[in-house]
Design a protein around this ligand. Structure first.
Ligand SMILES: [Zn+2]
Ligand SMILES: [Zn+2]
Length: 226
């Protein structure tokens, strides 16, 4: 919570003003401090129904994949992802004029992604690892297998394939933040290069057709407004 407050302050967000918080899944890198956050703010914590029943947080809202939640003029639709967690989710966030996708922690392309791919303005997309770095890196074999499985994480190339399809179906030039980069098995410049190469192989030109950026796990990204 202290870290979250500090980072929010860096981008001029008052953590107490957050009204709704959406949880993708229960792995520690995603929910560390959530109970303290729930206790100290008036925010509604939205999680999947199955996860909700076990997480012990009050003031929660239940999410069901493909059933949108409408908050004022913002619509948030959860999509089921493939990950070794209880009911893991990605999110499509829409206003009247903008559409964003947040998709991390999935071993492969979500089954229902197809129906949300049109006209995205903003994409936060997992580019977890460079395949060769993972293969030759220090992780124990079972962990390597977990990461590359259908219930693990997207490699840079897999991320590039998904992004290429998204870009081809966008009306305007979308912005994509590559996210959830592995500390051991990736580097920002390598993720950018791998994704750019995959895009080019699919006839999508970074810079012309899509604005590519990398999200850091240490420094807060700029605030994205839609
Ligand atoms: Zn996870
Ligand atoms: Zn994660």
């Amino acid at each position: 919570m202290r870290e979250l407050t500090r980072r929010a302050r860096q981008v001029e967000i008052d953590i107490l003003s957050v009204t709704d918080c959406f949880i993708t899944h229960e792995h520690t890198d995603h929910i560390c401090g959530i109970k303290t956050f729930a206790k100290n703010t008036a925010s509604t914590i939205w999680t999947s129904k199955k996860l909700n029943s076990g997480c012990g947080i009050e003031e929660t809202g239940d999410l069901t994949p493909n059933e949108p939640v409408v908050l004022g003029d913002v619509k948030v639709t959860p999509i089921a992802t493939f990950h070794d967690a209880v009911d893991p989710l990605g999110f499509v966030i829409e206003t009247e004029s903008k559409k964003a996708l947040v998709l991390t922690d999935t071993g492969k392309r979500p089954k229902d992604l197809e129906r949300y791919m049109d006209n995205l303005d903003l994409v936060v997309l997992e580019a977890n690892h460079n395949k060769r770095m993972l293969e030759t890196g220090p992780y124990p074999y079972p962990l390597k297998r977990r990461i590359t499985s259908n219930y693990g994480h997207l490699s840079n190339e897999e991320s590039g394939e998904i992004l290429a399809d998204i870009v081809k179906r966008a009306k305007k030039v979308p912005t994509c933040f590559l996210a959830h980069l592995s500390e051991e098995n990736n580097k920002p410049q390598i993720a950018l290069l791998d994704v750019a190469n995959t895009l080019k192989a699919n006839e999508v030109l970074p810079g012309r057709d899509v604005q590519l950026e990398v999200a850091s796990q240490y420094v807060p990204s700029k605030v994205l407004s839609i």
